[in-house]
Write a protein that binds this ligand. Sequence first.
Ligand code: ZN
Length: 243
Amino acid sequence: MRVLIISDIHANLAALEAVLAAAGPAEAVWCLGDLVGYGPDPNECVERVRDLPNLKCVMGNHDKAVLAEIDIKAFNGDARTAIEWTQSVATPETLAYLRALPEGDEFEEFSLFHGSPRQPVWEYILDRWTAQQNFPCFKTRYCLVGHTHTPVIFRELTGDSVCREERPDYVRARQLNSDRLILNPGSVGQPRDNNPAAAYAFLDTVTRQWKHRRVSYDVAKTQARMRAAHLPDRLAARLALGW
Ligand code: ZN
């Protein structure tokens, strides 16, 4: 089965549409949370994701905050402003969809979480030491996470070695073997690895090939919609820089 992996769309419809167009038909889509927050199109993004084929989707911290299930004081000022704006425009259908999302999903060889298996909504796996502590926290061979907005793979090593961090390869497919891995596709709607192009990944569950991918999108279109909505300018500016 050819699975499209997306995460951290953050209400950026132009980026989401670019990813879906570049990805072509997928038999299934797995989405790792944060459909909303930061960006100008929360309802449109939820509608688009909801209708994707064989979708599995988990809840992110921004999704949870828009539902008022997290104290928004936990967020920085710009993020908080964007969450309050999202609350003001979210339709009942959007809120109902977000409320129904699980905080994690585990099936066959795969676990899906937004942040980490240890703290599904909040923890950032930004380095191999944090990844190391999370390997015992999921039972499956592979764990897919988002939240950091940075594509990466962490590979568990045998013995006392700390796990290995592997940078994304956008040219070749990576053959997954029997090693246990934590895989992050990066962010569709707000990349933070100094590359403004939308990030996503493919997984073929039969051949076990994983591909990190990037596609540029119309950043100016999203920025214009953010400014029209009076979202914080810093949030619009950062999209062009990819941080
Ligand atoms: Zn996010």
